[in-house]
Design a protein around this ligand. Structure first.
Ligand code: NAD
Length: 486
């Protein structure tokens, strides 16, 4: 039986005013997994009403009480790990392993912001006048709009709300239509059960066709003071433009076109294992997934032979099999899109070293391509599927130029046994994140996370995430009367 859920507004399960609903379909079975309320702009206003109403009391709640809620939420989320995995499998066909990873990291996102709540909130400043105490103090901004994607739904919905809430704001969250539970309501349920007061976090689910109007209404509401968005570069541009029109700060976490560089002094077997993880974890549907593997020519033959062999044997299938590594994509259209990208590349001269072939429904075979010409669409587009494109280079300069030759700049991995060599190359890569002697996929809640160039701006994580949703104020106290001219 499918799940039925309403909007979460002011702590109450609230149907959309229109009475409309939207179905969520399991990618590989085509069955309706859930039916959710489909919000329109009037529902968004009601959600912002609730968030604005609760702002004063939430921001005034003592830090120890607020910290306790996030610590409890982390534990509750971990206790609900199998329910979370069932939900992610039902909505986006996530493998068990990926869902468990989502739970672990989302719980640590809550623990990290719990710590941030009792960390120093500002600094004492020098002051020009004698007897003046100057301070820089972080204060909450009000209502924050949070917009989440489907691909790492628990992590990214937890991230979208955790720092804004911990900074003392209230939130209206708009989940992805593909995963309204696991990128929205699941996390909201956990926080509510952990003691988050009603109305502090509100969730508006919607039908796909209403997404633009719902997001526009949310950002335009004058009580919304900051925005965060995680999703594609294309939609991020729309969200960033709306935020700019209304002069609201926005954190935009967007798409990637990430490389793993296998330098001449890499350990080849390690590089193969790292590449397989970077490309095929969550079937390549991670913003930090490695689309491009740049390999030094001296290692290329051994590396590609070993990579193709591992990839050809990756366990592939549905999420119900715990051994599955490469599972179905988010929908059949996504698998068709990946297949078309491969066909285009092959038509222009690319070689298939493993996989290829036709998708079966939402399931696309794990694939390795070589000799992809620059004219192929896959050379530029974010793949977001289980495809590894291998290219070779002769010098570090060439590798760096290849890696930087993209509009995006989210993450990179550099495989080398020589840390100094790795640091030198890392310094010249134009990304928000780089891992030396490791691959491109990594997310830890205490670290600054975010992109460069068309991969977005602003940072989640640690104090950077708290600052992004704070009004940092200059506050002075004159302990002596100031002297004025005249
Ligand atoms: P998406 O951009 O299609 O959707 C993201 C959100 O925007 C969803 O809530 C969706 O409902 C909403 N949306 C869609 N169209 C809209 C419109 N016209 N106006 C307003 N809102 C709209 O992205 P997705 O498919 O959910 O997620 C995959 C993308 O997200 C990939 O590009 C991936 O790289 C990126 N991503 C980035 C990060 C990061 O941290 N940088 C993390 C995860 C995913």
């Amino acid at each position: 039986m499918s799940v039925i859920r309403e909007l979460l507004i002011g702590g109450k399960e609230t149907p959309a005013r229109s009475g409309h609903t939207a179905d969520v379909v399991t990618p590989h079975t085509g069955e309706v997994f859930a039916t959710v309320a489909a919000a329109a702009p009037a529902d968004v206003t009601a959600a912002v009403d609730a968030a604005a109403h609760e702002f004063e009391s939430w921001s005034a709640l003592g830090p120890f009480e607020r910290r306790a809620i996030f610590l409890t939420a982390a534990d509750l989320l971990e206790q609900r790990i199998e329910a979370a995995a069932d939900t992610m499998a039902g909505e986006v066909a996530a493998t068990r392993g990926w869902a468990h990873f989502n739970v672990g990291l989302a719980a640590n996102v809550f623990r990290e912001v719990a710590a941030a709540i009792t960390a120093p909130r500002g600094e004492v400043l020098a002051a020009q006048q004698p007897g003046v105490l100057g301070m820089a103090v972080r204060e909450p901004v009000g209502v924050v709009a949070a917009i989440a994607p489907w691909n790492a739904p628990l992590i990214l919905s937890a991230r979208a709300v955790a720092a804004p809430l911990a900074a003392g704001n209230t939130v209206v969250l708009k989940p992805s239509e593909a995963a309204p539970l696991s990128s929205g309501l699941f996390i909201a349920d956990v926080l509510r059960d952990a003691g988050l007061p009603a109305g502090v976090l509100n969730v508006v689910t919607n039908a796909p066709a209403d997404g633009p109007a719902v997001v526009a209404a949310l950002i335009a509401d004058q009580r919304v003071r900051a925005v965060n968005f995680t999703g594609s570069t294309e939609v991020g541009r729309i969200v960033g433009t709306l935020a700019a029109q209304h002069l609201k700060p926005a954190v935009l976490e967007l798409g990637g076109k990430n490389s793993v560089l296998v330098l001449a002094d890499a350990d080849v077997d390690y590089a193969v294992r790292a590449t397989v993880f970077a490309t095929f974890a969550n079937s390549g549907q991670i913003c930090m997934s490695a689309d491009r593997i740049l390999v030094h020519e001296s290692l290329a033959a051994e590396f590609t032979t070993k990579l193709a062999e591992v990839v050809a044997n990756l366990p592939t299938g549905g999420p119900e099999d715990p051994a599955t590594v490469v599972g179905p994509l988010v929908n059949t259209a996504a698998a068709q899109r990946v297949s078309a990208l491969i066909a285009d590349a092959v038509g222009k001269g690319a070689t298939v070293l493993a996989g290829g072939g036709e998708p079966s429904g939402a399931l696309h075979p794990a694939t390795v391509l070589a000799n992809v010409p620059a004219a192929a669409e896959i050379a530029r587009a974010e793949i977001f599927g289980p495809v590894s494109v291998v290219e070779t280079f002769a010098t570090d300069d060439e590798a760096i130029a290849l890696a930087n030759d993209t509009a995006n700049g989210l993450s990179a991995g550099i495989i080398t046994e020589n840390g100094t060599h790795g640091l030198k190359v890392a310094a010249r890569l134009r990304t928000g994140i780089v891992h030396i002697n490791d691959q491109s996929v990594g997310d830890e809640p205490q670290a600054p996370f975010g992109g460069f160039k068309a991969s977005g701006y602003g940072r989640f994580g640690g104090r950077w995430g708290i600052e992004a949703f704070s009004n940092t104020r200059w506050v002075t106290l004159a302990t002596e009367h100031a002297r004025f001219p005249g």
